[in-house]
Every structure is written in C-alpha cells, then in structure tokens.
Design a protein around this ligand. Structure first.
Ligand code: NAX
Ligand code: ADP
Ligand code: MG
Length: 283
C-alpha cells in the first residue's frame, strides 16, 4: 500500500503557461442531476470549475438549468435527453452519475457515444462514473466502454453492488483488484470510505488525510467534480486522480481546524488557493 502524499499532488499541479487559454485546460461534460437531485451536479460543476477546467457543460434535467446558472455563471447547461451525442463527442472528460437517479437511457446513450468516438479513432477521452450511474451499471449489467480512460468513484455500498465484494471484505486489496479487473482491463478505482483507497495500474494507494467532518451529503459529488477538473488538465490520468483525491481531503482537513463540518461547497471554494500552494511548491 502506497500513501497518497502531498508530494504526489505537488508533482501534478503545475504553474500555468503564460501563453495558454481556456482550450488548453480541458472540456468537461457533467451528466447527472434528475429533478430531485440538481444539487449533485451543482456540486460537481462548482468543483470542476474551481479546479480550473477550461470549459464546463452540465447536461441535466431542465429544471436544474436556472439554479445552475444562478449559482455558477461559468457553466453551460443543456438537457440530458437532447443532443447528448454531440456533447459527448466534443468533451475531453465526461463525468456521469451524480444524482442521475434511474435515467438508464441517458447512461446507455453516453456509453454509445463514447464508443462511437473511439471507433472513429478521434482521440482519447476520460470517463468518470459516480453515484447512481454505478448503481445502474450494477443493476442493468452494462459493460464499461473498453479503451476509454475510465475512473470509477464508488463509496463502499456502491462498490459492493458493482463488484460483489462485501463491505466487510473491502480491506482485502487482492479481492478489490480482482473485481476491478473483471469490470475493466484498465479502469482506475477510487474506493471511498473513511480510509479511501485508489487502485491504479496494479498499485493500491491509501489516503491518510481527511476525517469525519467530511461525512455530509454531496461530499462525493464534489470529489467527482475535482477528479473531472484535474484529469482535464493534468496527465497521466492516474496521477491527476491521486492529486484530486489528496486535495479534496487535505482542504477539508485544513477547514476542520475551525469548522465542525466541512461543507462540500466550502471545500470547492478552497480549491484555487490550495492548488496555488501546490503549484508554488513544484520545482
Ligand atoms: N444534493 C444532492 O442532490 C445530493 C445527491 N446525491 C446523490 O444521491 C444519489 C444516491 O447516493 P447515496 O450515496 O445517497 O445513496 P446509495 O443508496 O447509493 O448509498 C447509500 C447506502 O449505502 C450505505 N453505505 C455503506 N457504506 C457507505 C459509505 N462508506 N458511504 C456512503 N454510504 C454507505 C448507506 O448506509 C446507505 O444504505 C447519488 O447519485 C448521489 O450522487 C448525494 O450525493 C447527496 C446529495
Ligand atoms: N469519516 C470519514 N472520514 C473521511 N472521509 C469521509 C468520511 N465520511 C465520508 N468521507 C468522504 O466523503 C465522501 C463521501 O462520498 P459519497 O458517499 O459518494 O457522498 P455523496 O454521494 O453524498 O456526495 C468520500 O470522499 C468519503 O471518503
Ligand atoms: Mg456519492
């Protein structure tokens, strides 16, 4: 087990090139948020924007458009049942699942569009699967698109549903690794708990920052948005995931010195200052 350290995050988050523009920092498409869980995509999007993603679009239930625009003027918003294929085609990173409920047709259409891009050999995209999309994946027996750089972000129950590995057995790295390989030959797994583990490239990494002040709804939606924002900007994908996982909980730990609970939107607001500290340390 390798510890996820600040050094890893410092090596990933770099100072920006003076001559760059938004097109260099990735197009993120966030798909999720049914009529009852619009907050989930707001938290995804806030985290992606504050992590520095170049352009962020949210494909969601139409009821969420006005609240999203009111909270985050930086994002574009579209209906997740319309023009999804074109949206997926133009994205570098697709995050699907937070608050998506049981919109299986949206999940299937997203996978089909990603496979279409792959077949045309256009370019490498990143897919992040979170929340209810993981639950639907498990229930519907869908397979993940092969060849797309994939990141799964389940909590323990979502991982139990998806992999069959019982929560009590999830400390067993070998079981998790085997189950991951049976789902995909190359996916990265972020197995969230009070001791989050990341499985990447046959290694297992463990998070040693963070705490129970993070046990609040939307905490994972914020992490998923950060993973999207970081993978849109930094390579390789696995290092970007590790840096996002570290930063999310390290910001919470800092906030916890003066707050009983560390709300997801407060963590998001802390991202730019935290990333600046990481970039300033990078040699
Ligand atoms: N404001 C919003 O719109 C919010 C939307 N959310 C969305 O709600 C959907 C359902 O997600 P939930 O996770 O609430 O429901 P789930 O039913 O998927 O998982 C919750 C169940 O898992 C169990 N469990 C066991 N270990 C756990 C662990 N380590 N962490 C969390 N649960 C554990 C819980 O006891 C509970 O029975 C997701 O799509 C999520 O993105 C949530 O993020 C909450 C906030
Ligand atoms: N006691 C705890 N200690 C450390 N981290 C925690 C604790 N409880 C929850 N978390 C973190 O909070 C996040 C919860 O994710 P998730 O359950 O998907 O939230 P949601 O779906 O409500 O957004 C994960 O990153 C998890 O590691
Ligand atoms: Mg979640």
């Amino acid at each position: 087990m390798i510890k996820i350290t600040k050094n890893i995050a410092e090596s990933v988050v770099q100072k920006r090139d003076k001559h760059s523009y938004k097109g260099k920092y990735g197009r993120v498409l966030i798909i999720g948020g049914n009529e009852n869980m619009g907050g989930a995509v707001i938290m995804n999007a806030q985290a992606a924007v504050y992590s520095g993603a170049g352009l962020v679009t949210v494909a969601t239930h139409p009821d969420n458009k006005a609240p999203l625009h009111a909270r985050l003027p930086e994002v574009m918003v579209t209906d997740y049942k319309k023009e999804l294929e074109n949206q997926v085609r133009s994205a570098d990173v697709v995050l699907i699942g937070s608050g998506i409920g049981e919109e299986l047709a949206v999940l299937k259409a997203t996978f089909a569009a990603l496979e279409g891009v792959l077949q045309q050999g256009e370019r490498k995209q990143t897919l992040i699967v979170d929340g209810s999309a993981l639950t639907m994946l498990a229930g519907a027996g869908l397979t993940l698109p092969e060849g797309v750089a994939t990141v799964l972000t389940p909590h323990q129950m979502e991982w139990q549903r998806l992999s069959g590995v019982k929560i009590a057995d999830q400390k067993d790295q070998e079981k998790n690794q085997k189950a991951l390989e049976s789902l995909s030959s190359s996916a990265i797994l972020v197995l969230k708990s009070e001791a989050t583990q990341v499985y990447w490239n046959h290694d297992c990494f463990e998070l040693t920052v963070g705490g129970p002040y993070q046990a609040t709804g939307g905490m994972g939606d914020t992490l998923a948005g950060m993973v999207a924002g970081f993978t849109a900007q930094f390579t390789p994908c696995g290092s970007a995931v590790l840096a996002a996982v570290y930063s999310h909980s390290a910001i919470a730990e800092e906030l916890s010195q003066r707050a009983y609970v560390t709300l997801p939107s407060e963590i998001a607001k802390g991202i730019p200052a935290f990333m600046k500290k990481l970039a300033d340390q990078e040699s």
